[in-house]
Design a protein around this ligand. Structure first.
Ligand SMILES: Nc1ncnc2c1ncn2[C@@H]1O[C@H](COP(=O)(O)OP(=O)(O)OP(=O)(O)O)[C@@H](O)[C@H]1O
Length: 851
């Protein structure tokens, strides 16, 4: 993301065995061997009667062809299903020997009938085999539940929930439970789209020009599908191919410009409710916006991808001391218990359901609270939702049908809880819709943007670029360009990453794009981007994501006094990053590209970690550990650790609600307080189980990252694993605090040498606390095996004194560091929205260029 001088991202191309690459042949072979066709084949072979060779062989041929072809890209998922579907068993017929045709048919019927039985048996056994996978996901969930406690503060309709965990093995050593998931993910996730689009494209496209509705083929991929959940999810990705062909003169004009793609979007939604008509002339009033999307010529930062080989091992599940500790929700003891839970409208009682209808402070907190709720038999139905910020989707949805096709949604309109029960009831209904819309992303289920997208899909059948106003270019990455876009007719803003498939294929970057897309589909976390939709529009792959108006941490740091963050601010940001990394590791994703440029700032000041094209997916086996040895008392300090607030669900502490980052006590104060409360913490800490979700066995030899952030083991090519994220985490904290990275040299080679050889030094200024330096020192240990976090991951790091006083579960509600005037969106003070306004003012029949 972005770049800074001298910074260059390294992406070695010989890299890891991408899952998708495996998929091709091996996936197909497996598919054939386990398929019905294979069974039929076997049966035929075992039958002694020799049927007419020609007929049977041709049958075989057909069967084999369809089987070995696997999920053809040109075949829609439904067709594929039909091919695999066993024939309907028929009652056996009397065979006439003279009738070779009927003999063949009878044999076929018998075989098919037999095969159907076998298939049914297989299905049964498969579903039995699948259950461990399900239970593994459940187990992970319950591990999470048991480790922490959930609180349900609501912030702008967002919260967190770890709902599903993806275990994606990448080699054959992986246990079958995981491998079954792998096989699914190895299948081409979008088997139809590319080829089909190409076909359509060839037939209709003229030049490289895109125009609204013309030659604009969109394959809508269902964002509801959990990529982690099933093969079907991948197969169903392609829901429909929507072809819109109109004559558009601008198309031809622009086709002459090879370096530019012109997106022409009709804005007639409000007037006609139809988005796929793009008459260039006539009396119909059509507002037309034409934009030039230049293909990125300059890479903001150089990424080198050297892919060597990948060896991913399986985490040996050492369930030392794994216990099913049940946390008892201590909110029952808090004053909030007395709040009028019974008076809450039904819509808010859903606050505590696992589906995450309301936001939570973070996934850990949410899941744990879920446990707490279970254990407390509902008596602790949380009412802090009223105290936390509940975002009611005060949508003007009612107008959606009334006013023709115009529909508007207000983003993040807030209401206090106690206002109006009738409204809350309607919210409840809409939430259900949202929940439906957002599929596997419960933490975003309240997000009005789901509704907006759903509405467009309902109206137009599919979602495509033509439904968006591209407002401005947000930035250019290695694999695509990101635009700020408004869903036409709504107030919903999105960031759309547009990637040119041909360009990616030419540069062999398609696997990176694919990896990013698949990871984005898995995510549902407050500090990670939400993918609302994805589609392919004319050879452009588009990812519709949450828009972060606050810029990135690199830019934000430059705007700080002394170009570095004050320690509390740095602590806040790295704490949120830590939770994001924890979640990623739990999903078996090693991020590998942590740096300030990839940390975006949301409108509310919280962060969002983006850019997953360098991430590595691997197997992980989260484990719940119960600490056998009491923690070091010296490590326990800080105001919140010395209060009931150690429990993440405790919100009785006013200071905790105001901020999870109370000022650190002076050492004197700490000294005087420590003896008094240390015992409490020992008891509490030792009784808390620890969730370890570290993919410790993952290995890659890729040379991936950004020079100044590269871990020594990557540079040395020794193979690396999840510990690289903790190294980069240390570099990040260093940079945020000191305004520079620790090993930066005169040039990239120097930097790399310094990373490997140079000792860590801390500048004299600015003054940084001992705890911060201690954490950095632990993280920037050159040997990964001795690095802080390498063994127990985030669980270890979260307990470092640097984070003392931090209520992890409430961090989502904590007040973020104050932002300078950096909001650069439309309508913002610094926003470059002139063109947008101009566009709006001019009205129909207007084409203009934004880019
Ligand atoms: N959701 C978003 N909201 C706001 N800005 C975004 C968003 N996503 C990306 N951007 C901006 O767009 C720019 C390009 O993003 P992108 O992820 O394509 O690039 P990158 O991080 O440089 O990636 P790559 O690793 O693909 O080269 C970023 O620098 C960032 O500032």
């Amino acid at each position: 993301m972005g770049s800074f001088a001298g910074s260059c991202e390294i992406v070695e191309e010989k890299d890891e065995v991408r899952l998708s690459k495996h998929s091709g042949r091996y996936g197909k072979q497996r598919e054939y061997h386990g398929s019905l066709e294979y069974d039929i084949d076997k049966l035929f072979q075992s039958i002694p009667v020799k049927p007419p060779t020609r007929l049977l062989s041709s049958s075989f041929h057909n069967i084999e062809t369809s089987a070995s072809a696997g999920p053809s890209r040109t075949t829609s998922p439904s067709k594929r299903m039909a091919m695999k579907k066993p024939g309907t068993p028929q009652s056996p017929r009397v065979l006439g020997l003279s009738d070779s045709l009927s003999l063949k048919q009878a044999l076929r019927d018998r075989c098919i009938s037999k095969a159907s039985e076998m298939a049914a048996q297989k299905r049964l056994s498969k579903s039995a085999a699948a259950s461990p996978r399900v239970s593994e996901a459940d187990r992970i969930k319950s591990l999470y539940n048991q480790s922490t406690t959930r609180v349900v503060p609501v912030d702008k309709g967002k919260g967190a929930l770890v709902d599903e965990t993806c275990l994606i093995p990448v080699n054959n050593d992986i246990p079958s439970t995981s491998r079954s998931v792998s096989q699914r993910s190895e299948e081409p996730s979008n088997p139809v789209s590319e080829l089909e689009i190409k076909e359509l494209h060839k037939a209709n496209r003229s030049g490289s020009c895109l125009s609204s509705g013309s030659g604009d083929y969109e394959i809508e991929l269902d964002e509801n599908v959990a990529s982690t959940s099933s093969t079907q999810a991948l197969e169903d990705d392609v829901q429909e191919v929507d072809k819109h062909v109109t004559s558009d003169s601008s198309k031809k004009d622009n086709a002459a410009e090879p370096e530019k793609k012109i997106l022409s979007t009709t804005l007639d939604l409000k007037q006609k409710g139809k988005l796929d008509d793009a008459p260039g002339t006539g009396t119909e009033k059509v507002r037309k916006v034409t934009r030039m999307i230049p293909r990125p010529k300059q890479q903001p930062k150089k990424k080198i991808l050297v892919k060597k080989k990948l060896k991913i091992g399986i985490v040996s599940v050492t369930k030392e001391d794994e216990k099913t500790n049940k946390l008892v929700c201590q909110r029952c003891h808090c004053s909030l218990k007395s709040t009028s839970i019974n008076n809450q409208p039904p819509s808010y009682t859903t606050t505590h359901t696992p589906d995450g209808l309301t936001s939570v402070s973070n996934n850990v907190g949410k899941e744990a609270h879920q446990v707490a709720d279970e254990n407390s038999s509902g008596s602790c139905n949380i009412s802090q939702s009223s105290e936390a910020e509940i975002v009611i989707m005060k949508q003007n949805v009612s107008s959606s049908n009334d006013s023709g096709n115009k529909f508007e949604f207000s983003l993040s309109s807030k209401d206090s809880l106690g206002d109006d029960y009738s409204r809350s009831t309607s919210m409840s209904e809409e939430s259900n819709l949202s929940r439906f819309s957002c599929g596997n992303k419960p933490h975003m289920s309240m997000d009005v943007r789901w509704e907006a997208i759903k509405h467009v899909k309902l109206q137009c059948g599919s979602l495509g670029l033509r439904h968006f106003n591209l407002l401005k270019k947000l930035g250019c990455g290695d694999i695509g360009t990101v635009y700020l876009a408004e869903l036409i007719g709504t107030n919903c803003l999105f960031a759309i990453k547009v990637m040119d498939n041909e360009f990616l294929a030419r540069r062999k970057k398609s696997p990176r794009a694919q990896a990013e897309r698949e990871i984005l589909k898995m995510l549902d976390h407050p500090f990670l981007p939400t993918l609302y939709a994805q589609f392919t529009s004319d050879n452009l792959s588009c990812l519709v994501m949450e828009y972060c108006p606050g810029g990135d941490l690199h830019v934000l740091r430059q705007k700080q006094l002394g170009r570095c963050f004050p320690e509390p601010a740095a602590r806040f940001y790295v704490a949120e990053i830590l939770l994001a990394l924890e979640y990623l590791h739990m999903l078996g994703i090693i991020y590998r590209d942590l740096k300030p440029e990839n940390i975006l700032v949301r409108e509310d000041g919280h962060i969002m970690l983006t850019d997953f094209d360098l991430s590595l997916r691997c197997a992980v086996s989260p484990t719940l550990l119960r600490s056998t040895s009491p923690p070091d008392p010296a490590r326990i300090s800080g105001p919140h650790n010395t209060s009931n607030c150690i429990q993440p669900f405790c919100i009785t502490e006013p200071s905790c609600q105001a901020s999870c980052f109370s000022p650190r006590l002076s050492s004197n104060q700490q000294q005087s307080r420590k003896p008094k409360r240390a015992t409490d913490h020992l008891v509490k800490r030792s009784s808390l189980p620890q969730l370890v979700a570290e993919p410790t066995e993952a290995r890659s030899n890729s040379f991936v990252g950004t020079h100044e952030y590269l871990a020594p083991e990557i540079i040395k090519g020794e193979g690396h694993g999840a510990a690289v994220d903790w190294w980069t985490f240390g570099v990040l904290l260093y940079e945020l605090l000191y305004g520079k990275t620790p090993f930066k040299g005169y040039n990239n080679d120097d930097t790399l040498a310094n990373v490997v050889l140079q000792n860590l030094k801390f500048p004299d200024s600015p003054l940084v606390s001992f705890q911060a330096k201690d954490l950095i020192r632990g993280l920037l240990v050159k040997e990964p095996e001795n690095r802080f976090g390498s063994e127990k991951g985030s669980a270890e790091i979260k307990r470092h004194p640097f984070f003392d006083g931090l209520n992890w579960a409430l961090i989502r509600c904590a007040t973020p560091p104050e932002l300078p005037d950096l909001y650069d969106g439309p309508g913002s003070p610094g926003g470059n929205d002139d063109r947008y306004l101009e566009c709006k003012a001019i009205g129909d029949h207007l084409e203009f260029e934004l880019f």
